[in-house]
Every structure is written in C-alpha cells, then in structure tokens.
Ligand binder design. Structure first.
Ligand code: DX5
Ligand code: ZN
Length: 219
C-alpha cells in the first residue's frame, strides 16, 4: 500500500509562535508543510505571502507545499520559489487569470514540483488536459478561503477519477485533498485514492499533534 503523506496547513497554527508550531508538527511526524496563500481576490480572505514562507523555510527541512489561491499566480510564483517552496500549486479556474500551461512549465523550469488545484464547483474535465504536466493534483474538498469548514463528500467522485488516471498511466500524480480533513474524512479520501492529506484544524486545534497525525494516517 502507498504511504500516506500528511501536510499540516499552518493557516490553523498559532502565528504568535509560528516557529514552535512548525517544530512541533515536524516532531509529530508531518511529511510536508502546507502554506495557504490567499490574496483577497481569488478568495475572500488574505493570509500571508513569500516573507512568511521564507520564515517557515528557515524553521524546517520538510518540503514546503505552497498552495496559491491568488490571481496572476504566474506573476508571484518566482517569489515563492525564491522563498523556498518545493511544490507550487495554482488554480485552474479562469478567475485565477493566467495561462495555466505556461505557469506550470515555469514552475517546473524553476525547479519546483508543479501542482494544479480545482474548487468544489469545478469539473474534473477542466484539469484533465494538464494531468501529464503536473506532479500534484490538489482537489479542494471545501470552497477555498477559510480553514475549519466541513468536508464535502460529493467531491470523492473527482478523487476517484484522478486515481483511475493514475491506474491507467505509467507516471503517478500525487492526489491531494484539502479542506475539512479529519480522521474520518481522511479514511474516506484514502479509500477513494488520495495519498496526500492537508489538515489545518484537525492537527493544530488538537492537544496532541502526533496523535492527530497518526489518526489521519489511519494508525
Ligand atoms: C482552505 C485551505 C486549506 C485549509 C484547510 O482554503 O486551502 O488548506 O487551511 O484547513 P482545515 O483543515 O481547517 O479545513
Ligand atoms: Zn490549501
């Protein structure tokens, strides 16, 4: 069986002691650190930018999984590469305002793993033309913008489609789910074919990060 990757989203961390939070999830068994970048345009919230990603980079050697919920991600991608991102995921929706294929290529050329994301309302067909060019497909299981929302089980159809794609191709894409991931919804996501679990609230709002991460892995 494939190893499950757990990527805590620092959006739910205590920012007054961010360094300590990153050390704690690292020691608790996190595989990647997920950074949610929001610009107040593509989503109705503003989070943080490359300067904070640079701070995170200094605090950990774990891969930084940067999720750009922003307009014109092509314009900002180089700044996040420079800040230390290992993977950079952009959105496929036209509201993100970029040439998706060109952005994905630029991310790869910069030495980062390119990822593509789709919102709950966006059909799987919209990412299909790009599957050969990405390393990560980030399937939103809530409408992006805020942590702490409820998981939408109807999205599992798209996770299944992505898993079918992996089964019929030599090259494997990481199938990442993001939003409302708890022990229960993690199990459902993994059963449907996800191998990367992003979790904010269920890790950072728990008392025991190691236990929360083990439970997400189904251990
Ligand atoms: C949602 C973000 C998620 C979010 C997950 O817009 O992309 O990464 O922080 O948070 P939880 O796990 O609290 O739903
Ligand atoms: Zn995210």
């Amino acid at each position: 069986m494939q190893r499950i990757i757990v990527a805590p989203s620092i959006l739910a961390a205590d920012f007054s002691r961010l360094g300590d939070e990153i050390h704690r999830v690292g020691a608790a068994g996190a595989d990647w650190i997920h950074c949610d970048i929001m610009d107040g345009h593509f989503v109705d919230n503003i989070s943080f930018g490359p300067q904070i990603v640079e701070v995170v980079r200094k605090e950990t050697n774990l891969p930084l999984d940067v999720h750009l919920m922003i307009q014109t991600p092509d314009h900002y991608a180089p700044r996040f590469v420079k800040a230390g991102a290992n993977s950079l995921t952009v959105h496929v929706e036209p509201e993100a305002r970029h040439d998706v294929r060109k952005t994905l290529r630029a991310i790869r050329d910069a030495g980062c793993r390119p990822g593509l994301s789709l919102n709950p309302a966006t059909a799987f067909e919209s990412v299909e033309p790009f599957l050969h060019e990405i390393d990560i497909l980030l399937i939103m299981t809530v409408h992006p913008g805020f942590g702490g929302q409820s998981f939408r089980p109807e999205i599992m159809g798209k996770v299944k489609r992505a898993a079918q794609w992996n089964n019929s191709h030599e090259r494997k894409i990481d199938i990442e789910v993001d939003g409302g991931i708890t022990a229960d919804t993690a199990r459902l996501s993994v059963e449907n074919g996800a191998n990367v679990l992003v979790a904010g609230t269920s890790i950072f709002h728990s008392k025991d990060y190691a236990k929360a991460i083990r439970e997400l892995r189904g251990e």
